[in-house]
Design a protein. Structure first.
Length: 562
């Protein structure tokens, strides 16, 4: 098995071994069965060509109308099979796509892979595009190309016998003797298709790389447009329209430049395929003409021979006809395989790297000989030792770049570039609050309760917590849907983060400048609320304000190395 088809197998096989395998196999069997039925009808239509054109040549009215009736039945059956083949094919595609997308989304979100994959320069570009678009293309192309190849093989096997019997023998003078070639039209079709396929493979190979690059550049452009929309207010404040336009234009130019390269290569292929196809129209007539003019076959026999030649030629030329799809398929498989491999790599790295996390028998958080590094290897913090009892609190302060947020991520289990021991109870419930609060799309009630389900939070507890956090004005909007990251101010978003903390009531909370957008009065109110309602919770905060000191029992001052 070649590396490419090994990758295809590894991507496709899990679905065909899943709980949906029997439904999938039934649908595939039905599609293949209808495909075989269509091939059978084309064989009958080939025979019909002989009867129909012989009736015309003989001016036989009765045979002519009999042929028309037969054609009506064949054409009607063909239409029914073609419609349901496409319908069942699409049904299989959407079922497979749903299963595969759910699996990839689950794998991407498991063990913080979505986060870890962005920590290094070797991360996969645009994973959203790979899940939303590449999976759909992989499934559609895999099914269509596989069924198309099967159709080509069955068609070839069905019509090569017919063409061989219709071809007769061709006697070719060779010096003083003659060479007899049986089934010569089969050999002519094979040689013509083989030569055409070889040339097509040589001309079309660059399309694989170009299609891969086109998908990546298109995704980069979409990502830039999405970031512009998500950060529209900041850009408007900065009057950054000129810079944004320049950046988007640069991404657009990359798309256009690569598409020009695809166009030039495609034009070359079109010159070749158009010429190849046009010659294929007349070629069987030229090859079969000697027997027709020698009156060895009638007009019906000639048309049947030409039709059979066309079917054999099309089957042998399948790679030429499907080359653009094959090139796209190869690019999509490379992208999905790279995405899958990267997810496996970050999991392996997470197991091999990072501090040793040890389950302790008590609620205290202990850190032993912890060293924290950047992805490229530079050391931020060395040999840190820390013990924080249940209900204790620690404020981490220091200048920007000293490693405060990175240390917090390490303690929370998000940062893999560290070594040492972190000892924490197995029963610990940890919550991390970043400076910029994440608010999912949907009803405001869901956004506030996140990451809990709405059903887990009573209405009374939610409204009481909102009032306590100074968010009483949001009660009437709880069922309203919107993009809350833009609809609410940064201060409101940070107050929502504190409301989540109170509702979730974790045993350990890590706050990364979670009150930076609040005034000192509101900051004090929220910290006092946390201290009074969650006295047993261990709290670790990162912040610059001196007013935070009063809410913590310990202070750690970072200066870039410890």
């Amino acid at each position: 098995m070649t590396p490419f088809f090994r990758e295809v197998y590894q991507l496709a096989a899990p679905y065909w071994r899943s709980q949906e395998r029997w439904q999938a196999r039934l649908l595939l069997a039905l599609v293949i069965g209808m495909n075989l039925g269509i091939v059978y009808i084309t064989v009958q239509l080939n025979k019909w060509n002989n009867d129909f054109y012989n009736a015309l040549q003989a001016v036989d009215r009765q045979a002519f109308f009999h042929a028309l009736i037969k054609f009506s039945w064949l054409a009607g059956s063909y239409i029914v099979l073609a419609v349901y083949r496409q319908y069942l094919n699409q049904m299989l595609q959407i079922r497979w796509r749903r299963w595969m997308s759910v699996r990839y989304i689950h794998d991407w979100l498991t063990r913080e892979r979505y986060y870890r994959m962005q920590l290094t320069d070797q991360g996969v570009d645009n994973p959203d595009q790979r899940i939303s678009e590449d999976i759909q293309q992989f499934i559609a192309l895999s099914l269509n190309l596989t069924i198309g190849m099967l159709d080509a093989v069955v068609t070839l096997c069905s019509f090569v016998v017919i063409l061989w019997s219709l071809s007769g023998e061709l006697t070719v003078p060779l010096g003083d003797s003659f060479v007899t070639v049986p089934g010569y039209m089969v050999w002519a079709a094979a040689l013509y298709a083989a030569a055409g396929t070889w040339i097509m493979l040589k001309l079309g190979r660059p399309l694989i790389r170009l299609n891969f690059e086109q998908q990546r550049k298109e995704a980069n452009l979409r990502f830039g447009l999405v970031r512009l929309r998500e950060n529209s207010e900041s850009i408007a404040f900065y009057r950054g329209e000129t810079q944004e336009e320049a950046g988007l234009t640069l991404r657009l130019n990359a798309v256009v430049d690569n598409f020009w390269r695809i166009m030039r290569r495609q034009k070359l292929l079109n010159w070749y395929t158009s010429g190849y196809s046009q010659i294929a129209v007349i070629f069987p007539f030229l090859v079969a003409a000697p027997r027709f003019f020698a009156k060895q076959i009638q007009l019906g026999g000639l048309m049947q021979t030409v039709s059979a030649f066309g079917r054999v030629h099309d089957a042998l030329s399948y790679i030429i006809d499907a080359y653009n799809s094959i090139a796209t398929w190869k690019a999509v498989v490379d992208r999905l395989s790279g995405f899958r491999d990267k997810m496996e790599t970050v999991t392996t790295q997470a197991d091999a790297e990072g501090p040793q996390r040890v389950a302790g028998g008590e609620d205290a958080l202990r850190v032993e000989d912890l060293t924290v590094r950047l992805p490229h290897g530079a050391t931020l913090i060395q040999h840190l030792n820390l013990e924080l009892p249940s209900g204790g609190s620690l404020l981490i302060a220091g200048p920007s770049g000293a490693g405060k947020s990175t240390l917090l991520r390490t303690l929370a289990g998000l940062w893999p570039y560290a070594e040492g021991r972190i000892i924490l109870s197995e029963e610990a419930r940890v919550m991390f609050i970043p400076q910029r609060t994440y608010l999912p799309l949907g009803p405001l009630r869901d956004a506030i309760c996140y990451p809990q389900r709405v059903a887990e939070v009573s209405h009374d507890a939610l409204t009481e917590t909102l009032r306590a956090c100074g968010l009483a004005h949001l009660e009437e909007r709880l069922e309203e849907e919107g993009n809350w990251s833009q609809a609410l101010s940064l201060g409101e978003q940070q107050r929502i983060a504190f409301a989540r903390l109170l509702l979730l009531a974790p045993t350990h909370a890590f706050l990364d400048e979670a009150s930076a957008a609040l005034d000192e009065e509101m900051e004090a109110r929220l910290y006092a609320l946390v201290k009074s309602r969650l006295p047993r919770m261990t709290l670790i905060s990162v912040g610059h304000r001196s007013t935070l000191t009063q809410w913590h029992t310990q202070l750690m001052q970072l200066r870039g190395a410890i």
